[in-house]
Design a protein around this ligand. Structure first.
Ligand code: FA5
Length: 373
């Protein structure tokens, strides 16, 4: 800033000379007009209206003027700054309008273009099948029961009339669970069947008792087209007065008809389970060869090993010893029970020729089932 102006003549201050002020004003207006975009305008704004701009510096000179000269100088600078600010606002509005118009064109979204679809997941068909079976039984008045996958040996075997020295105990190849101290005898196994849930349901409730229980089971089986070491069964048990094998047969026929549909024969094969008497094995006609492979080496069938039938599960009238083990009077009540393999049902329901497809986790297998609810 200049020293106090003793001569009272503002014209002697170089920065306040009208021609200098007008030149600064015109240069500012020209710089705004020349700015091609908002960035350039911002730079021009700093240069011509900022603290170090000629007009701001000139404005500061006014403070050093004698009082009688301040008004004229203030008016001169005020008018120049007003014109500069007006030009700046006008150019700012023009450039913003230009930018908005450009953005509308450049960033337009073509809503008709194909988009990158995010693939939707699908629930595993074994899960939806288990729920469908539950629904079928709930509609018939059954309750849904469950049990742990790491199960007490007593519930998996002993309570089901499969005592330690019973030859049938080795029928199901078992994964035994190590005790925390590393010893083999923990008394726990990975359950080999859903049948222990029968006992749990009977211990938890009084007859009349109708329960269904789908769940995962484990056996030391090799993985092949019709076996896996981890598979699912659905168990059902009915205990009431006057229950017979006829009730069992009718219930399974309804279930199979509902799940797989008609057209395939069911075969009831006498069998043995220590926890049911009499017992049967239920076979479903092979959906691939429909029996044509039997005794026909020219047309072997991988799905049923040319046997014509696929085993679905076991069933029978509950052994009175099992009722006693669960605290139920066998003189008053009788019951039926069955356990079916869910993978086998899925094979038949959806013509899946190889069970390995169900366990390998390839979404290409699961996705087509995704529409099913
Ligand atoms: C049992 O597990 C008995 N608990 C069934 C039962 C329940 C009988 C109630 C009487 C009363 P089984 O071992 O047969 O039975 O197995 C039942 C079904 O599970 C088989 O018929 C088959 O469909 C299925 N299954 C057995 N092993 C496998 C496996 N490794 N992979 C896939 N499915 C299997």
């Amino acid at each position: 800033m200049s020293a106090p102006n003793k001569s009272y003549d503002p014209v002697e201050v170089e920065a306040l000379k009208p021609e200098v002020v007008e030149q600064a004003r015109d240069e500012a207006i020209a710089a705004f007009a020349a700015a091609a975009d908002l960035d350039e305008l911002k730079q021009a704004k700093v240069a011509h209206t900022g603290d170090r701009s000629p007009l701001s510096l000139a404005n500061r000179e006014i403070g050093a003027l004698p009082p009688q000269a301040k008004a004229a100088a203030g008016k001169l600078i005020g008018q120049a700054r007003g014109a500069v600010n007006q030009a700046l606002a006008k150019r700012q509005a023009e450039l913003e309008a230009e930018r908005d118009a450009r953005v509308l064109v450049e960033e337009a979204v073509d809503v008709t273009l194909p988009f990158g679809r995010v693939p939707r997941g699908a629930r595993h068909p074994l899960t939806t099948l288990a729920e469908r079976i539950e629904d079928t039984f709930v509609a018939m008045g059954y309750q849904v029961a469950s049990g742990p996958e790491v199960e007490a040996e007593w519930l998996n075997f002993d309570a089901l009339n499969l005592h330690a020295d019973h030859p049938a105990r080795s029928m199901q190849d078992t994964f035994f669970v190590e005790a925390p101290d590393g010893s083999a005898d923990s008394g726990m196994v990975l359950r080999t069947q859903t049948s222990p849930v029968q006992i749990r349901a009977m211990l938890a409730g009084e007859p009349p008792l109708y329960a269904v229980s789908p769940g995962r089971v484990y056996r030391t089986d090799e993985l092949d087209a019709t076996h896996t070491p981890v598979f699912r069964q659905v168990e059902a048990i009915a205990v009431d007065e006057g229950i017979t094998f006829g009730h069992l047969k009718g219930t399974i026929e309804v279930l199979v008809e509902k799940l797989i549909g008609g057209g395939l024969e069911l075969r009831w094969r006498p069998s043995y389970f220590p926890f049911t008497e009499p017992s049967a094995e239920i076979d479903l006609q092979c959906f691939v060869c429909r029996g044509a492979s039997v005794g026909n080496p020219d047309r072997p069938c991988r799905t049923c090993s040319s046997e014509g039938w696929i085993e679905l599960g076991g069933c029978g009238v509950v052994n009175p010893r099992v009722l006693v083990a669960a605290g139920i009077d066998p003189n008053r009540y009788s019951g039926f029970a069955f356990g079916l393999g869910l993978e086998r049902i899925l094979m038949n329901r959806h013509n899946v020729a190889d069970m390995r497809d169900m366990v390998e986790g390839d979404v290409r297998f699961t996705l087509p089932f995704g529409m099913e609810i």
